[in-house]
Design a protein around this ligand. Structure first.
Ligand code: DGL
Length: 261
């Protein structure tokens, strides 16, 4: 199986994109719902959680890990690569590659949690790969709870999205990276508020494309992923609300299996 983890349920946007594009690869998903959110926590705390999540997925037979959470990818990807032998894919690099692949890009906006924006990871990666581009990041801490409450079309949500995007609009960005698991769910609203000329990069799609190229380049890895391990959706806490959000994202009935790490 491919092991996928997130701070909670939001990473199912990535799992959904994976099973849409790569239906032959079963997924073992772990959502750390007992300790969510990660976006408000310190790097040290998030790194500790991510080490445990990865260990759990490897125990379940995962021979490759996709870190679906942008916060976890921002602060913990290096620590995971140093601690485990399996390939670790994160959601930051593929989105940056997709953003800079358009030669017309000049000014890139990034939105994410406080922890992601504070890490400066997007600025660092873009500076390394495309030093001429300008980058502006804005934390949008209210968007995760709004999505989790199901406030997807409310006027209050519209106003908050507009306010968060305002500094990016004045800077006339041409590309906007959705640097958080939950934002693809608000993609249409975000596109409407930032303007239709801005190219939106959905990290969940970017990571699946990069996973696809990885599997093409490593066919032996692909066949072991399809054969080994236990597929399923595991979470560290089950509530009705998590169940509801999971169903909203996957648009089908799902069974969340409880595990304690
Ligand atoms: N999964 C987190 C992210 O993508 C959002 C939720 C959280 O803060 O834990 O950054």
């Amino acid at each position: 199986v491919i092991g996928v983890f997130d701070s909670g349920i939001g990473g199912l946007t990535v799992a959904k994109a994976m099973s849409g594009l790569l239906p032959d690869y079963p997924i073992c998903y772990f959502g750390d719902t007992a300790r969510t959110p990660y976006g408000t926590k310190s790097p040290q705390t998030v790194i500790g959680y991510c080490l445990e999540n990865t260990r759990f997925l490897i125990e379940k037979g995962a021979t490759m890990i996709v870190v679906a959470c942008n916060t976890a990818s921002s602060v913990a990807a290096e620590a995971l690569r140093q601690s485990f032998d399996v390939p670790i894919l994160e959601v930051i690099t593929p989105a940056v590659e997709m953003a800079i692949s358009d030669r017309r890009a000049r000014s890139i906006g990034v939105i994410g949690t406080r922890a992601t924006v504070k890490s400066g990871v997007y600025e660092a990666k873009i500076a390394a790969m495309a030093p001429d581009l300008r980058v502006h990041s804005v934390p949008c801490p209210l968007l995760v709870p709004l999505v989790e409450e199901g406030w997807l079309t409310q006027p209050e949500t519209r106003r908050i999205v507009k306010k968060y995007l305002h500094p990016l609009k004045t800077r006339q960005i041409d590309t906007l990276i959705l640097g958080c698991t939950h934002y693809p769910i608000l993609k249409e609203m975000i596109q409407e508020k930032i303007g239709k000329r801005v190219r939106i990069i959905d990290s969940s799609i970017a990571v699946v494309k990069s996973l696809e190229s990885y599997l093409q380049a490593h066919p032996e890895q692909g066949s072991s992923l399809a054969r080994k391990g236990t597929a399923g959706i595991f979470v560290s806490d089950v509530t009705e609300q998590f169940q509801k959000v999971a169903q909203t994202i996957l648009r089908k009935r799902v069974v969340l299996q409880h595990v304690s790490l």
